[in-house]
Design a protein around this ligand. Sequence first.
Ligand code: PEP
Ligand code: MN
Length: 336
Amino acid sequence: MIIQLEKDITDIQRATLEAKLQSVSYQTTEVATQFSEYIIGVGKKEFDIRAIGTMPGIRDIHRVSDAYKLVSKKWKVEDTQIDLGDGIKIGGGSFAMMAGPCSIESEEQIESTIAHLVKNNVRIMRGGVYKPRSSPYSFRGLGIDGLKLWYKKASEAGIKIITEVMMTEQIDDMIEYIDVFQVGARNSQNFNLLDALGKVDKPVMLKRGISGTIDELLQSAEYIFSNGNEKIMLCERGIRTYENSYRNCMDLNAIAMLKEKSHLPVIADPSHGIGVRRFVERIALASVMAGADGVIFEVHECPEKAFSDGQQTLSYEEAETLFDRLRKTFEFRENL
Ligand code: PEP
Ligand code: MN
């Protein structure tokens, strides 16, 4: 059960509510986000929730018995929109395109990518400065100095940045220099990191775990929300199956399903989703038709020379075609 409190609820009204919930043996958790205050009640006893809904100081009440609650569409029917500022919005009818290299490599690469995005009127750049790599001997990113340089160049050009945070300890150093925190597939169930990202007022894009279920992804999102941060996007990036002729299996079904189960924006990552450059475009377009609110993909001036994930990275030319086709596909879907 979710109970949303009025902003001006009095102490006496709170005490009355608590007494009522205790009388039916409900275990409660208080949640205060940047937008509202909620009480999550968990209990078995059946009772008429109107008895609470009509109490003064209560804004809304719903029974949501799934393991995830605040991120559920059963709680909030309308789609959540995330506002990055400067007219850049994600979800709720605004289609988002995010592109950039797998890894931030150099000042020259940052400048070249920004110029490419500006030319194509794309306002969000991706890139990793802390890279989770399967091998410890692979390039692991430029770290905080690379991030500072990138953020400076991007903000000068009116571009927002999304980048992966791998550890709780990195949040404070990074927060001034990012627009969206990305939680990578390998950290999708790092509950300490999710708790910590719930305590900051910055949007978070949460990726699905390599073998994560849809319910696990939604419960991970619930960690962020229940710690106080409502600005969450979900990302389908492909899962591991028995198939090994491509890198991951892009689960288009999950996009449709997540849109039904949750009010949060759903972003598709076709680059990691299939991991094969020549198929990225068609998987990206299919993701839009499946209901995605945005697409994030990898692009590089010279994919063959990329420090990481070159095999799934588009050239500028290929990206240009994809931006155009994504816009057209989104428009087509919205007019169906
Ligand atoms: C990435 O976006 O470059 C990345 C490492 O993604 P994932 O966590 O989905 O593997
Ligand atoms: Mn990558």
